[in-house]
Design a protein around this ligand. Structure first.
Ligand SMILES: O=C(O)c1ccc(O)c(O)c1
Ligand SMILES: [Mg+2]
Length: 630
């Protein structure tokens, strides 16, 4: 698949945009007229800049309010077009996008529009240029690609074709099967954009909320499949109007865009069986979390290890060559790394004590790694001793790592190969009944949420649930769940917009995104709570007012409410069952542990988050969260 992106998608000046586009691996670029007009160089300079970076200029756009003008305005409209053609020839691009007329002056009529396009085609042909017609979802007379296609068909000119834009068609819920019968040579270019499902004015939605394919809720893949079924083998070009992207990191957004197209091509290749995109292994099935690794130092390790002990973990093994200790309970493994050398040391130096790495157990680590790299993930390597395992690894949230391990290779036996077991002591006899990692909560800056959503969902067989707003006493935190069907990988991603929220404070003080809490599962939270108490665990104190409310809200038996209150356990329920949650206090700059018992429940206790956040913030005062820092 040939990939392209419109300059309007990115922030910055034109040269910066072009560089980021080339760097991200695109083949082509659409020059959006305003980007060109705001730039000081000549069209020839822009053309040279693009070509020097190896980019083809796929399109110059948009040319507005062209077709169906009354006679008094018609010749001036053609003059305007000739001026655009001059610029295009200097730029060195062969195609212009004409979007459907929105002018009050425009006259309707398919034949009138077709005649205008025929003439424009004649004029374009003289210069060796092509004209593509796109139906804007809010066009005055033409707002449906089926009508635009009919106009193009009647214009009957080899230099006039159709431009499809997934947003315009999907936002109006136009049947995409209508694309399948369009001859591929009449589809000049295909623009792609997704968007979150929001019920609002089409123009406003389009100009502010588009996002990359796979980041939103529109069936962009099905749209691309319909296009591919025609045999179309031209450019797929991203055209994303998004306020956040325009203010975001030029390089990061360009990289997300490239990843979104590779992912899309992979899905289309599998379903339509066309040779689109690069063959790669399927999305990796995650069977579980192999371990979570903390980076810390000798001084701070003590407090973390003490906390792990109160949670019922036992020291199970030590690394043969590195200063890494393995703690275990049920199927949960936690590594505590105090090595000053290597990546863990660097992570500690930047972030302080933090859970910087995650191992995911997949069917085939080599295949998962190959897929990750095909999707532009950044590989990670560091030297390992001869007799030690080298985990395939990629960079992940907050500059941390994801290690890929599997059971079919020696990687699955890392705890025997790289580690030496230590014998159990008497105090290890009874654990706290913790079984699995239920979920991993990562806190990221709000503008990074889509990046990581696309990262996880494109590489691993996971899906997302709708974003929810969590009310922090100092602002809103957006929360997005990424999970797989069997629940063996559950990630909650919290996006913070300001640093006064608990999540925002965590990012500011940790110097970046990262894992903010780990939730462990138990199948008897009351028994676990009892064990934890014996071990000296201090649960997060929940206000008694909460229990009055929860009893009334769910109609709980008073004795259950009393038991919940006695153990500081939070309660929630959905149509599938009940959820019980118990929290630790905060550790460091806002890290904490959670213990959950799921009785069929599928969610994450979003309704309880406000109480949990308030309680955690109370713990962190007075020196914790600045009351009114900006
Ligand atoms: O919002 C617009 O005006 C606009 C312009 C050009 C396009 O290709 C498009 O999809 C929208
Ligand atoms: Mg468009």
């Amino acid at each position: 698949m040939k990939t392209s992106i419109a300059t309007v998608t990115l922030s910055g000046e034109l040269p910066e945009k072009l560089e980021a586009i080339a760097q991200a691996g695109f083949d082509g670029v659409e020059i959006f007229e305003n980007d060109f007009l705001a730039f000081d160089g000549s069209p020839a300079d822009v053309g040279k800049m693009a070509r020097d970076l190896g980019l083809e200029i796929t399109l110059f756009q948009p040319f507005r309010d062209f077709e169906g003008m009354p006679d008094a305005l018609r010749s001036r409209t053609f003059d305007r077009a000739e001026r655009k053609f001059d610029v295009m020839q200097e730029l060195g691009t062969g195609m212009v996008l004409v979007c459907s007329n929105v002018s009050q002056a425009a006259l309707g009529g398919i034949d009138r529009a077709a005649a205008d396009f025929h003439e424009l085609g004649e004029r374009a042909a003289k210069r060796g240029l092509k004209v593509g017609y796109e139906a804007l979802a809010w066009g005055r007379y033409v707002n449906d690609h089926r009508d635009a296609w009919e106009i193009v068909r009647r214009a009957d000119h080899p230099n006039v074709g159709l431009i499809l834009d997934s947003f315009h068609s999907l936002s109006r819920k136009i049947d995409i099967n209508s694309i399948r019968s369009i001859p591929k040579e009449k589809i000049f270019i295909v623009q792609l954009a997704d968007a979150p499902m929001i019920d609002m004015d089409l123009l406003y939605w389009s100009r502010h909320f588009r996002n990359m394919p796979g980041e939103g809720d529109l069936p962009v893949t099905a749209f691309a499949e319909a296009v591919a079924s025609t045999g179309y083998d031209g450019y797929f070009s991203l055209e994303i109007f998004n306020d956040q992207f325009r203010g975001g990191s030029t390089r990061a957004i360009a990289a997300d865009g490239h990843r979104s197209l590779i992912y899309l091509a992979d899905q289309v290749r599998r379903s339509v069986k066309t040779p689109i995109g690069v063959p790669m292994p399927e999305r990796a099935t995650v069977k579980g979390v192999g371990f979570v690794e903390f980076a810390t130092d000798e001084d701070e390790a003590g407090e973390l290890i003490a906390l792990l002990h109160t949670l019922g973990f036992r020291k199970a093994a030590v690394h043969r060559s590195k200063k890494v200790t393995l703690f275990e309970q049920g199927n949960i493994r936690i590594l505590v790394n105090v090595d000053t050398a290597g990546f863990a040391g660097a992570a500690y130096a930047v972030h302080g004590t933090s859970a910087y790495a995650l191992a995911l157990v997949v069917d085939d680590a080599g295949e998962a790694y190959a897929r990750a790299l095909a999707l532009d993930a950044e590989p990670f390597r560091q030297p390992v001793a001869d007799d030690e395992l080298e985990f395939p690894a990629i960079r992940a949230v907050g500059g941390g790592l994801i290690y890929l391990i599997d059971d079919k290779s020696p990687l699955g036996r890392f705890s025997e190969i790289d580690f030496e077991a230590v014998s159990a002591t008497r105090s290890d006899a009874a654990d706290a009944g913790l079984l699995h990692i239920d979920h991993i909560a990562q806190t990221v800056a709000y503008e990074e949420m889509l990046t990581w959503l696309l990262f996880y969902t494109s590489i691993f067989k996971t899906g997302k649930t709708p974003m929810v707003d969590i009310i922090d006493p100092s602002g809103v935190v957006r929360s997005q769940v990424i999970e797989n069907e069997p629940g063996t990988l559950r990630i909650t991603m919290n996006g913070a917009e300001n640093r006064r929220t608990l999540a925002g404070h965590f990012i500011a003080e940790q110097f970046g995104s990262g894992i903010q809490h780990l939730a462990f599962s138990t199948d008897d939270i009351f028994a676990t709570a009892r064990q934890l108490r014996k071990r000296g665990f201090k649960p997060l104190h929940i206000s008694p007012n909460y229990y009055d409310d929860v009893e009334a809200r769910f109609g709980l038996q008073p004795d259950l409410t009393e038991r919940l209150k006695a153990e500081n356990i939070l309660y929630d329920r959905d149509e599938h069952g009940e959820y019980l949650q118990l929290y630790s206090g905060t550790y460091g700059e806002g890290f904490f542990f959670e213990i959950v018992e799921r009785r069929g429940y599928r969610g994450y206790g979003a309704a309880n988050a406000i109480f949990r956040i308030a309680a955690l913030k109370k713990l962190m005062r007075p020196e914790g969260i600045p009351k009114d820092a900006g």
